[in-house]
Design a protein around this ligand. Structure first.
Ligand SMILES: [Zn+2]
Ligand SMILES: [Zn+2]
Length: 406
């Protein structure tokens, strides 16, 4: 038995020696290596004998951008292994638009839905960098048709604008932030607030494009001091105003400053002052929970005496308040809409007699034209009925022409 084991051992030893010798002779050829690589590592493989070295991680050189990303397309970059030459690539995400404001007159465009007829742009500056001489009142200013088939409209925005709303007098976008990198909007889907969401895009002006409408500076809108005599004894007194090109105050309005106590009809009352834009049309005085009715602002009075929900006009001068009798006349109603560019035009004013208001307007309506009846300066709006089948009236009082005609 011992001999058998010895014999096996001997045979094994001999075998090992022979194998070792054979291996030695293989090492005598010069390996002809080429690199084998995958995304993360490389090794060398001999093309003659298949000898493989161990895997090593790539040794990357610097990234080089092969395609700059834009606002519309992803970019890409690559780096190269300094050992094996393998190139690794990766995407660079699309640029996202940054927001800011116009710094000069800036062409701005919108692709609107096909059913938009009069396309307005309402613009403002949330950062209050827009000169008041360029401020616009709702619904803004009419944009210039640039390309009919694409429903593309343009306007030259003044410096300082950081927000816009595109509208046709009834349908509108959400508040859109201005992006210096994107000069165009595309109106997409209508959201649950019934406003169009937008996507930012770009438009390169063409040589034969029409010249875009551009705002002309009007006189700057000054702030004026308005006095309020409070006979209600409220703790705080806010003035909410609207109708100004500078925009509306945000409810509950501007907090007033107490200027002193004045005597009206033998009684003493706290008097307050507040700065409002000179072109504001209407105010509501409130203490946060209680409020007056709408009070139209008039040139003859710089003061209102509030009592309950009502008020009278007055003049405040050197700490003295004098109630003024004002003949407000009858309210002035107008037909405004597509026919007037949503402006208050004298020839579209309703004539008022004892029982009716009448406007006789000859106009060739296109299907989809809209109008409504509104108080001068948008101090109020009324709907309409009994117009017949040629018109439809929406909940917002806008009357749409269903059948074109004169
Ligand atoms: Zn080899
Ligand atoms: Zn490598």
């Amino acid at each position: 038995m011992k001999n058998v084991i010895k014999t096996i051992m001997l045979v094994l030893t001999t075998l090992c020696t022979v194998l070792a010798l054979a291996s030695c002779s293989e090492e005598e050829h010069q390996h002809s290596y080429t690199y084998e690589s995958d995304a993360t590592k490389h090794r060398q493989v001999c093309t003659e004998c298949g000898e493989e070295t161990r895997w090593d991680a790539h040794v990357w050189g610097e990234w080089e951008v092969t395609k700059e990303p834009t606002l519309d397309e992803k970019g890409s970059r690559e780096h190269t292994c300094t050992v094996c030459g393998y190139k690794g690539t990766e995407e660079i995400p699309m640029l996202t638009p940054t927001f800011g404001e116009t710094t000069d007159f800036t062409a701005f465009y919108a692709y609107v839905p096909a059913d938009f007829e009069t396309v307005n742009i309402y613009y403002w500056s949330e950062a209050e960098n827009l000169e008041s001489s360029y401020a616009v009142a709702w619904p803004g200013v009419e944009m210039t048709l640039v390309n009919e088939s694409e429903h593309l409209y343009g306007y030259t925005l003044p410096a300082g604008v950081d927000r816009v709303i595109i509208n046709d007098g009834s349908s509108q976008t959400v508040d859109v932030q201005y992006s210096p990198e994107r000069n165009a909007l595309r109106l997409d889907v209508v959201n649950s607030d019934n406003k169009y969401e937008v996507t930012y895009t770009s438009y390169q002006a063409k040589a034969d494009d029409p010249e875009l409408a551009k705002p002309e500076a009007s006189d700057p809108i000054e702030m004026i001091t308005l006095y309020v005599v409070d006979t209600n004894g409220w703790d705080v007194l806010n003035i909410h105003y609207w109708g100004s090109k500078l925009g509306d105050s945000k409810w509950p309005g501007v907090a007033s400053t107490k200027v002193g106590v004045v005597e009206v009809n033998g009684e003493s009352y706290n008097t307050y002052s507040v700065e409002v834009p000179e072109d504001a049309t209407t105010i509501i005085v409130n203490n946060g929970t209680e409020q007056t009715e709408n009070i139209a602002l008039i040139a003859e009075a710089n003061c209102v005496v509030v009592s309950g929900t009502t008020s009278v006009y007055a003049k405040y001068e050197n700490g003295t308040v004098t109630v003024v009798e004002v003949d407000l006349g009858l309210p002035e109603f107008y037909v405004v809409g597509t026919i007037s560019g949503w402006k208050f035009v004298e020839e579209n004013k309703l004539v008022i007699d004892e029982e009716t208001m009448t406007a006789t307007i000859t106009y060739t309506f296109a299907e989809g034209d809209q109008f409504k009846i509104a108080l001068s300066g948008w101090a109020g709006e009324v709907g309409s009925d009994a117009l017949g089948d040629a018109f439809s009236v929406a909940a917002d009082g806008n009357i749409t022409v269903v059948t074109a005609g004169t």
